[in-house]
Design a protein around this ligand. Structure first.
Ligand code: FAQ
Length: 331
């Protein structure tokens, strides 16, 4: 909310060729674009879309893991999971704040989420069936999030880039707590190892889908890479994730659910099998197993929190009035 009143100037510039070239030159020179700076309307719109969806993903992403807080197998695990889920809530708040600097309100973003106009990550529409899913989410989902978000620390838009620095540090802790759960299970009884394997089987492909459609089908990538919002394409990040994660899975003694997964000496990278894009689009369009529940839960939380938002606004207004009255009395 730090620049809401100051956006007028940013919209004033006429978007002629000269303006667009000067803007691109700033991007090419690695200058950060700040909320008050003039920017093309399409750049602003792309950022509002991406940052808004990212914020929604963090908040909706609290739900599958929150489901296990009361059932974590020890106090240590419970404390770590509670802290992790709370961090994700914090990430959502930094991101909503970063989007607000572009002139969109949190109410508006929330309405778009609840109406289905704004998306959130496909990954959070899968259910968390066993404790091992909490390990798999930390290891794979946070692992994929880090791979995607570290380059966003160099995003051309200043508030987004700066928010990402802290987010990435926290995600790194999340990834390790997940991997440690997987390691404990993989070294445990046969039943525990089986549970870890089952979680890997269910979360592997959805984790690869998190990076978005293949480059050939990615509508926004070219322009976003040109504007240095995205530093790598979806496929490039997906490949980096596979290359980093497969050795970790081998160390666990688990098997990836992909018969085509193998090291390619020539490319210096892993080859992997085809992604089920029909499943991806089905989930993105609202027909995954948990889509309806996730939105229902978010709506309930938003409605239940109305009195808190109203009270906070009333309190702020009262403080403002008291301050004004004190100022008048002193004059
Ligand atoms: N799910 O043209 P592109 C986390 C949509 S945070 C749903 O390639 P773009 C932390 C896309 O929006 C996870 N929709 O789009 C955590 C677009 O639709 P639109 C979230 C998807 O933006 C861990 C259309 O498809 N991370 O996990 C998905 O250039 C554990 C065409 O796609 C971020 O949001 C998808 N997976 O690239 C929390 C990172 N992929 O908008 C709790 C920031 C694509 O035109 C627990 N975002 N779509 O209606 C990004 O880097 C980008 O937005 C991409 C998509 C890479 C996700």
């Amino acid at each position: 909310m730090y620049a809401q009143g100051l956006l007028g100037g940013a919209e004033a510039a006429e978007e002629n060729e000269e303006f667009l070239a000067a803007f691109q030159a700033r991007i090419d020179a690695e200058e950060k674009i700040e909320p008050k700076d003039p920017m093309p309307a399409a750049y602003r719109k792309t950022l509002i879309r991406q940052i808004g969806q990212h914020a929604h993903s963090e908040i909706v992403g609290m739900l599958p893991e929150g489901n296990w807080i009361t059932r974590a197998p020890s106090l240590r695990r419970k404390a770590a999971l509670l802290a992790k889920v709370q961090d994700e809530g914090g990430h959502g708040l930094y991101l909503y704040s970063a989007a607000e600097t572009l002139g969109v309100s949190r109410d508006q973003m929330t309405e778009e989420l609840l109406s289905g106009k704004a998306k959130y990550s496909s990954i959070f529409n899968y259910p968390t069936l066993t404790w091992a899913d909490i390990g798999a989410i930390g290891w794979l989902v946070d692992g994929a999030a880090i791979m995607n978000q570290v380059p966003l620390c160099r995003c051309s838009f200043g508030p987004y880039a700066r928010a990402m620095i802290r987010v990435c540090k926290e995600e790194s802790f999340h990834q390790r707590q997940g991997y440690e759960i997987m390691l404990t299970l993989a070294r445990g009884s046969d039943a525990q190892k089986e549970m870890a394997q089952d979680a890997l089987n269910r979360w592997w492909w959805p984790s690869l889908m998190m990076f978005g459609p293949s480059d050939a089908d990615s509508e926004h990538s070219d322009q976003s890479v040109k504007w240095k919002i995205k530093r790598f394409t979806n496929d490039a990040l997906r490949q980096k994730f596979v290359d980093a994660t497969v050795p970790q899975g081998e160390f666990l003694g688990l098997t990836f659910p992909d018969p085509d997964l193998k090291w390619n000496e020539e490319r210096g990278a892993y080859d992997f099998g085809p992604i089920d894009w029909d499943e991806f689009w089905r989930v993105v369009k609202g027909h995954g197993r948990m889509n309806v529940d996730r939105i229902k839960d978010r709506k309930k939380a938003w409605d239940d929190g109305k009195w808190v938002r109203d009270a906070a606004l009333a309190h702020a207004e009262k403080r403002r009035q008291r301050k004004d009255a004190a100022k008048t009395a002193a004059e």
